[in-house]
Design a protein around this ligand. Structure first.
Ligand SMILES: NC(=O)c1ccc[n+]([C@@H]2O[C@H](COP(=O)([O-])OP(=O)(O)OC[C@H]3O[C@@H](n4cnc5c(N)ncnc54)[C@H](O)[C@@H]3O)[C@@H](O)[C@H]2O)c1
Ligand SMILES: [Zn+2]
Length: 364
């Protein structure tokens, strides 16, 4: 079967790559969107020194899981001020990058309610104006720096929206593992497991192709090899660098396939049970592996490169890996009874991401 792989993001990676920002921006005036701890870590001062008078403003109160309640305020203030910048630089985890993706899309009225109305239709639209985005991830996880989509949460209404436009691909990604040295153990694990989930979800996916598979296999191998060691040695820059690259490769993989069943299940676990994204989308990986097995010869070949020919042994390997990182692997561990879990999986299978799952057609 012919296939196509496409990713337009210009990637700068490696220790010290943050220093490349002025060159990448080439004099453009920017607003920085970053996470609350960035100032205390000296990161805001570093950005001020790097960007000098081209830095128009810093938005630093970005809370985890960008929610419509906070985004409305940020968005309206950003566009009311005339968005007096040429580009946005997001420096943070997926929450800062996804917040910046919402900000970059200008509506005709400059009001967030209009953006939300457009997102609610679930259809692509052409924004009235767009600010280019440079994404600088400070966690090794979401891959949002190389994908065109953002998750926008509405916890009050137990909903989520997906922003996905041709215009929301970042222009460039700057992946500097030195920025990840301050990530605490729990977030290092949960974000690393998010990347593992992205890689596996791109393999058991109806949109998988040989290029996405190549990125995904390499990402899974790196994460298996590095994440447990990194959790016990958070200041190890070599391990941080390998995890940063693993998350990037996972991002490259799922940037072309989207996610699948484990992520579809995760949204309900986050909204209803408050689980961090990385845990919510990874604790089910052994169960989802079982459902993906023996669905397609191509997918099996790729999965067997990682797990060998025996499904039971593969599931156990994943379970052991997760449990050694302190992650519980059963729904019951999170207070979800078997019957509720089965209903949740069925709902997830019918959701937009669930339909990408290679086993969806057979199970439905
Ligand atoms: N767009 C995509 O493709 C995509 C993919 C997966 C997840 N997501 C979204 O990303 C969000 C999760 O992102 P995340 O997992 O990176 O977590 P996050 O951005 O919410 O960050 C987690 C915590 O770590 C802090 N933090 C971030 N970088 C730090 C650093 N260098 N040092 C110290 N603390 C730091 C943050 O302030 C926050 O408290 C979710 O909203 C999820 O929906 C998006
Ligand atoms: Zn994810």
């Amino acid at each position: 079967m012919p296939h196509r792989y496409h990713n337009p993001v210009s990637i700068h990676s490696g220790r010290g790559s943050l220093e490349r920002l002025p060159e990448i921006l080439a004099g453009r005036r920017v607003v920085v969107v970053t996470f609350p701890e960035a100032r205390g870590l000296g990161l805001v001062a570093r950005l001020e020194a790097l960007l000098k008078e081209t830095l128009v403003a810093v938005i630093e109160d970005v809370r985890p899981n960008p929610d419509v309640a906070q985004l409305a305020e940020l968005y309206n203030a950003f566009w009311e001020a005339g968005a007096t910048c040429d580009a946005i630089v997001a420096v943070g985890g997926g929450s800062a990058i996804d917040t910046a993706k919402a900000l970059m899309v200008g509506t005709a009225s400059g009001k967030f309610d209009e953006l939300l109305g457009l997102l609610a239709t679930g259809q692509p639209f052409v924004p009235a104006s767009v600010k280019p985005l440079i994404a600088v991830p400070t966690t090794a996880g979401t891959g949002s720096e190389v994908t065109p989509w953002a998750t926008i949460w509405d916890a009050g209404n137990q909903k989520k929206y997906s922003l996905h436009l041709q215009q929301t691909w970042p222009e460039a990604a700057v992946i500097d593992p030195e920025l990840m040295l301050s990530v605490p153990a729990g977030t290092t694990v949960s974000t690393g497991l998010d990347a593992l989930s992205h890689a596996l979800e791109s393999i058991w996916n109806v949109n998988a192709n040989p290029v996405s598979d190549t990125f995904a296999v390499s990402a899974v191998q790196d994460i298996f090899a590095c994440l447990p060691a990194l959790r016990n040695d958070l200041g190890n820059i070599e391990l941080r660098e390998r995890m940063a690259l693993a998350a990037l490769k996972a991002g490259m993989a799922f940037s072309n396939t989207k996610t699948a069943l484990a992520h579809s299940i995760s949204y309900e676990m986050t909204l209803r049970h408050g689980l961090a994204h990385g845990i919510a989308c990874s604790f089910t990986l052994p169960i989802v592996l079982e459902k993906a097995w023996a669905r397609s010869p191509d997918c099996d070949r790729t999965l067997q490169l990682l797990f060998g020919p025996d499904l039971g042994a593969g599931m156990q390997r994943l379970r052991d890996f997760l449990q050694a990182l302190g992650v519980k692997t059963e729904f019951a561990d999170y207070g979800v009874a078997d019957s509720e879990a089965a209903a949740m999986i069925a709902r997830a299978m019918a959701g937009a991401r669930g339909k990408n799952f290679i086993g969806a057609a057979e199970v439905a």
